[in-house]
Design a protein around this ligand. Structure first.
Ligand code: ADP
Ligand code: MG
Length: 264
């Protein structure tokens, strides 16, 4: 048996699927082009690494729950002058803050692009190999609440550690009478200084006493979130509203358009 006959099995055994598929055609190319052995091996490895990267990125994206298409490429920064493009790009392309377990907080009224910005950072980081989970805060709280009832809250919190970044969208929708606030606090405390969180919120900190059960808990939660945080305030008109005005001018829009001068 010729040595190379074992190659497909060996590569399969090592789970090197791209190399298994490509070694034969690439060996022919190498012979034709006169590549030496290291050059041939390096080209094969490059393909394997690239294919793994693509597969991993696709897998992370699927598991992330991130809204599709809400990336940096589709975000119009000229609409939000209060948001530093450089800072957002830095968070989306630099994994340093994830390693440090830092946070980012995005405040602003409804429709101004908070969810889009948070997702854009998430998309960027997935491409850099970070596992990201995007979730409406209330949805995750209900799951954690259930885990708490089943006495598995601690396991559930540790499971979330596999995500380097957790995006808690619309934290302000959690209400203190929903019995969800304890698990929210526990989640924040659990990830503090070890795993990153991005929070989006319609409510400024001054209204967070509506979210957490007690003032002490509110202060403790805010303390942990702002320590090592990048904070964005999106101070602009609702993008959603402006877009709908542009599409189908309603009465409000028509009122803004001056009536034509009557003929003299
Ligand atoms: P928020 O979370 O603040 O309520 P969203 O992020 O959901 O707002 O934005 C509302 C809609 O407007 C989304 O479809 C979003 O993609 C779009 N949008 C908001 N701001 C921008 C922007 N600056 N550039 C492009 N699209 C934007
Ligand atoms: Mg939103």
């Amino acid at each position: 048996m010729r040595e190379e006959a074992k190659l497909p099995v060996l590569l399969k055994n090592l789970k090197l699927s791209a190399m298994g598929r490509l070694w034969n055609p690439m060996a022919e190319e190498a012979m034709k082009e006169g590549w030496n052995h290291p050059r041939f091996l390096s080209s094969l490895c490059e393909h394997e690494v690239e294919e793994r990267y693509q597969k991993r990125t696709a897998r992370y994206l699927k598991l992330s729950g991130l809204p599709a298409g809400k990336s940096l490429a589709t975000f119009d920064f000229s609409h939000t002058p209060s948001v530093s493009k450089v800072k957002v790009q830095d968070l989306a392309s630099n994994t340093h803050w994830i390693t440090e377990g830092n946070t980012a907080l995005i405040f602003g009224p409804s429709g101004v692009g908070k969810t889009h910005l948070a997702s854009a950072i998430g998309h960027g980081l997935i491409e850099r190999g970070v596992r990201v989970l995007f979730t409406p805060t209330t949805t995750l709280m209900q799951k954690l609440q259930l885990a708490r009832k089943n006495l598995t809250l601690s396991t559930a919190l540790y499971k979330l550690d596999r995500y380097g970044l957790l995006i808690l969208d619309d934290i302000g929708y959690v209400r203190k009478d929903d019995a969800e606030t304890h698990v929210l606090f526990e989640l924040i405390a659990h990830r503090y200084e070890s795993k990153s969180i991005i929070v989006t919120s319609n409510q400024p900190f001054s209204e967070w006493d509506q979210i957490f059960a007690t003032d002490a808990m509110t202060i403790a939660a805010i303390d942990r979130l702002v320590h090592h945080a990048t904070i964005f305030e999106v101070l602009t008109e609702s993008y959603r509203r402006l877009q709908s005005l542009e599409k189908k001018p309603n009465d409000e829009m028509k009122r803004k358009i001056p009536a034509p001068e009557p003929p003299k």
